[in-house]
Design a protein around this ligand. Structure first.
Ligand code: KG4
Ligand code: ZN
Length: 403
């Protein structure tokens, strides 16, 4: 018998809704998937602006719900419209914009044939998270479908365990693999940098995390110093790659040839598994200031490439060395990389060179935030019969939720 989950993600700057289906053959199909990015809204601020994020999530939620359900052939018009307005009254005070769109949606469309609603309850930006949580609450009470609250970080871990089913060229059908335990996950995004150990499936123990900036955030801040828009991670990585290509490594240098710039490797030998990235960021800022303010000039392109390379070398070296040390100490058999920074090609190639355990990266299109990762986390809970459902009224967003 097929089992379906509708999943919602709104923790940061991507609004996502998807419908997943699990069949007895053990494969999960993405029946419908809709995603809207707010990158353009936040680009000029150099980071995500919580109140703007909330508004954009509320604006996009119902159009994306409609799109995902339609794609899954689960959108049917009700013959006799029902009045479920009172079930949405809890939205009056703080989510009036969402209510305005959800009211006609639930009175116009039939309850779809789904078994669970999964929603990200944290960690993330609380105003943004509440839009997803309130949508799940509303739909759960109108349709009488249980909600599975999901930790966003678990979504990043589970996504790396997906392997596309060979026969499907569209890659919309996946098998959720159970890699060898213990699993160590390096979760790296704009909001997080953490090492998480799993000695059994579905159980997570955080063994280290950043004490200040997340690594993606540091990439974004360096991009801003170069006058590049948010999110700047891919652009910085591209500049670094250009430098490495024109300055191949020599015997006595690290990543990028004879780079005139070197950046610090904070906490490399701290003896624990915590990280710190604000020091590298500050070192970059001072170096750029010294170069430009003396002659009041802009950075030359070759300087940007060399600086980006020095920054990426330092940040990635700390990530990799500490991660591999943890792999050894905890005897991890599998290393998972998750989160937006998992799509960094330098991290990918260096880890592939250096790691001696099974390495799992998410497919690039699933590395940054989306609803599929949330649905997959819920799906693995259902499959392993280890789920926690929550009464709609008790659902809460928690910006600081920890694994
Ligand atoms: O997981 P994600 O989509 O959202 C958060 O939960 O933060 O990650 C986005 C972050 C941004 O900071 C972005 O600059 C960074 O991931 N990122 C990268 C790359 N692609 C995305 N950082 C470095 N290199 C990349 N190729
Ligand atoms: Zn994320």
């Amino acid at each position: 018998m097929a089992m379906r989950i509708l999943a919602i993600e709104t923790s940061c700057d991507e609004t996502g809704v998807c419908i997943l289906e699990y069949t007895v053959t053990g494969v999960v199909s993405i029946l419908g998937n809709a995603l809207s990015s707010q990158i353009e809204i936040h680009a000029k601020y150099g980071g995500v602006f919580p109140t703007l994020a909330k508004r954009a999530h509320a604006e996009k939620m119902v159009p994306l719900l409609t799109q995902a359900l339609d794609e899954a052939y689960l959108l049917e018009v009700i013959e006799e419209p029902i009045d479920s307005k009172d079930k949405l009254d809890f939205l009056n005070e703080k989510e009036s914009q969402l209510k305005e769109q959800l009211s006609p949606f639930v009175s116009f469309y039939k309850k779809p044939d789904i078994d669970y609603i999964a929603v990200t309850i944290g960690p993330g930006l609380e105003p943004a998270l509440w839009v997803g949580v309130n949508t799940a609450r509303a739909l759960s009470s109108v349709w009488n479908i249980p909600v599975i609250p999901i930790n966003h970080m678990e979504g990043h871990v589970v996504t790396a365990m997906l392997s596309p089913v060979e026969s499907s060229s569209s890659s919309k059908v996946y098998k959720v693999e159970q890699p060898q335990l213990p699993i160590l996950s390096l979760l790296v995004s704009g909001g997080h940098t953490e090492l998480v150990l799993s000695e059994s499936f579905g159980k997570y123990q955080k063994i280290g995390q950043t004490r200040d900036d997340a690594v993606g955030e540091a990439f974004d801040k360096v991009a801003r110093m170069f006058g590049l828009p948010y999110p700047g991670g891919p652009a910085i990585s591209k500049l670094a790659k250009e430098y490495r290509e024109t300055n191949p490594p020599s015997a006595h240098s690290g990543g990028g040839g004879e780079n005139p710039f070197t950046m610090p490797r904070p906490m490399l030998h701290s003896g624990d598994y915590d990280f710190s990235f604000s020091g590298i960021k500050t070192a970059m800022l001072y170096t750029i200031r010294d170069l430009t303010s003396a002659n009041s000039r802009e950075l030359e392109i070759y300087e940007k490439q060399a600086l980006a390379c020095a920054f990426e070398d330092a940040a990635i070296e700390v990530l990799i060395k500490k991660t591999l040390k943890a792999v050894e100490e905890y005897g991890a058999q599998t290393l998972i990389i998750g989160g937006g920074v998992a799509s960094n090609t330098y991290l990918h190639s260096e880890l592939t060179k250096l790691a001696s355990v099974k390495l799992l990266f998410p497919e690039p299109w699933l590395a940054t935030d989306n609803a599929v990762m949330i649905g997959m986390a819920a799906m693995t809970q259902v499959i392993s019969e280890n789920i926690t459902t929550r009464e709609a009224e008790t659902l809460k967003a928690d910006g600081n939720l920890s694994l």
